[in-house]
Design a protein around this ligand. Structure first.
Ligand code: GAP
Length: 565
């Protein structure tokens, strides 16, 4: 940890941004609680994100369960694949992520197998970073927290390692809600859990963390976005996987040159850039790195990480991927529910259609009064549902296994009005805690000589927007300041009344937590109803009418420059 990073973490703790969880019991690595200021800052970040996706783009928001049955993560691949490599020191027994121990020797060590990692330890003489002891064998360690749903061990469940699956499994509900149309944009924010092996990087690697995920379902043949022309000339810093060098270009250029796979993905890469910059992330410390070919999930058409430069080095805070049809295809396979979009043609077309047809003659004698229901259930199935010549249908809650006596797969020429396609998913997945921490680190400025700290938080995310002070807590100045505080403090504008200490100390306290403006009531205020408003970043002060203060704060929050007051 750098000195600045240590000072920042100390400030966060002292001033109520974040606290190590369960501190009175010695704490647990990778777990933090949000104090009052941290909670407000985090909420403000969420509100900016919401205003972009729900407000500007018209997405819908849901809130799904954090404990999921095993089937969900079997389908998503997490049960079988969501593992990191682990090794223990044979001397002090400390656990380590095996790939992290060799990262200085390989570009992408997380693709190495346990055996390759063991060989790498030997080849590069890697020892336990804590005590210098020999490292033991390397194993796979699944990162999901496992639990039981209900008493006993009847049903295995897991705490979700990402919020995304709650959106995918609700696709039929969401699709109906959206009146069976694409594109369908859905957002969700909430807790995710990963039993990280050795979280040693403050808020960057947590075991319980917050995500803001966006899942956009699109027509696989229409990877465009209506508002793309509005942003196509915006510039962005990209690190393509072909050169691995940062390069600045326009979004249009990135798509035209085939660097970003398609326009809808490029649009949301740019939206992520706009979002992060609006929070106060520094432009020169933000870049978008394309996943290397062997790093990219096999189903992903393209994948970019928003990385910010922190005291920990370049750090991923958001991943933006074109996940293709993977998620819905897998959940359809594992749940037996069709997860498709009916794509209507402009004109009906003649086409060969392969379908499952009931053999009515054999169904009557076998199923009697149920025969019609069985026939309907057969014809609702598709040829892909036929496995090894058998088909299972559910009638009156009962599964019935059928063979070729009861149905046939036929190809007929028909007029069709459309086709059923599996939507593709574009996913900007934001790590809220990493964004939160990055916002703080980029805002933090410390003058060690003067022992003075200013947190230059963007007003939109600052937890306290205005400090309100009486010059002295007497002579009616305090009454006027308290009345002003009541007027300025609303659910949207958090104000803070402070009457203790010198005025310099009060400014310093507000500067340290990132409050953009302070208003002071002095003796002139009693005579002429004016007060002083001070700008945190320029330290400039202006005289305004106290009655105008709520309006002026609103205008400043909306982006009016302080100099224009
Ligand atoms: N649904 C896709 C998904 O979850 P991911 O890259 O595994 O993708 C997305 O996670 C974001 O979540 C990351 O970019 C990161 O910001 C955040 N994240 C992941 N693991 C985290 C952890 N252990 N602690 C804090 N944030 C984490």
């Amino acid at each position: 940890m750098s000195d600045d990073n240590q000072d920042l973490m100390a400030l966060c703790k002292r001033r109520g941004y974040i606290w190590p969880s369960f501190e009175i019991y010695g704490g647990v690595a990778g777990m933090y609680d949000y104090g009052p200021l941290g909670f407000s800052l985090r909420n403000n970040i969420v509100e900016v994100w919401r205003s972009i996706y729900k407000g500007r783009e018209g997405f819908v928001e849901i809130d799904s369960d954090t404990v999921n049955p095993r089937e969900v993560f079997k389908a998503s691949g997490h049960v079988d694949e969501f593992a990191d490599t682990i090794t223990y020191c044979t001397k002090c027994n400390a656990p380590f992520r095996a790939d992290h121990l060799v990262k200085e020797f390989y570009d992408n060590p997380d693709v190495l197998s346990p055996k390759q990692l063991e060989e790498a330890f030997v080849k590069h003489g890697v020892k336990c970073p804590e005590c210098g002891g020999d490292l033991g064998p390397v194993d796979e360690f699944n990162l999901m927290f496992r639990t039981n749903i209900g008493p006993g061990s009847a049903r295995i469940g897991y705490l979700r390692p990402e919020t995304a699956q709650g959106i995918f499994v609700n696709f039929p509900n969401l699709y109906r809600y959206n009146r069976e149309k694409l594109p369908l944009g859905v957002i969700q924010t909430g807790r995710s859990y990963r039993n990280e092996i050795a979280p040693r990087q403050g808020m960057i690697r947590l075991r319980e963390f917050n995500q803001m995920e966006v899942e956009l379902f699109v027509d696989p043949e229409d990877k465009d976005w209506e508002r793309f022309p509005d942003i196509e000339n915006e510039t962005i810093t990209l690190v393509p996987n072909t050169t691995c060098e940062p390069v600045e270009m326009t979004i249009k250029e990135a798509v035209d040159k085939g660097i970003i796979a398609n326009r809808v993905l490029a649009y949301f890469v740019n939206t992520t850039k706009q979002f992060l910059l609006s929070l106060g992330i520094k432009k020169e410390k933000l870049r978008f790195r394309q996943h290397l070919q062997d790093e990219m999930a096999h189903y992903a058409a393209d994948c970019w990480d928003a990385e910010v430069l922190l005291s920990y080095g370049w750090t991923e805070i958001t991943g933006i991927a074109d996940r293709g049809s993977w998620d819905l295809t897998r959940h359809a396979q594992f749940s037996g529910t069709e997860l498709k979009h009916f794509k209507k043609f402009d004109e009906p077309r003649e086409a060969d259609v392969t379908k499952v047809r009931a053999k009515h003659k054999t169904l009557g004698p076998r199923f009697k009064g149920q025969a019609r229901a069985v026939a309907e259930a057969i014809e609702a199935k598709s040829p892909e549902d036929v496995k090894d010549g058998k088909l299972t249908v559910t009638v009156d809650g009962q599964d019935i296994e059928l063979d070729g006596e009861a149905f046939e797969v036929v190809t007929v020429r028909e007029k069709v009005t459309g086709e059923r396609v599996v939507p593709h998913v574009i996913e900007p997945s934001h790590g809220l805690d990493r964004i939160f921490y990055s916002v703080l680190e980029h805002a933090y400025e410390r003058d060690a000589e003067k022992d003075y700290t200013v947190m230059h938080l963007a007003p939109i995310v600052a937890p306290i927007k205005v400090g309100v002070f009486p010059l002295m807590e007497k002579d009616g100045l305090d009454d006027m300041a308290k009345a002003l505080y009541e007027k300025v403090h609303t659910h949207r504008v958090e104000a803070y009344y402070d009457g203790s200490g010198t005025i310099g100390k009060r400014y310093a306290r507000m500067d340290e937590v990132g409050t953009p403006w302070c208003i002071t009531v002095d003796y002139d205020s009693l005579k002429d109803g004016t007060v002083t408003i001070r700008d945190r970043d320029s330290t400039e002060q202006k005289r305004i009418r106290a009655d105008d203060a709520p309006r002026i704060v609103d205008e400043l929050l909306a982006g009016k420059p302080f100099a224009d007051l």
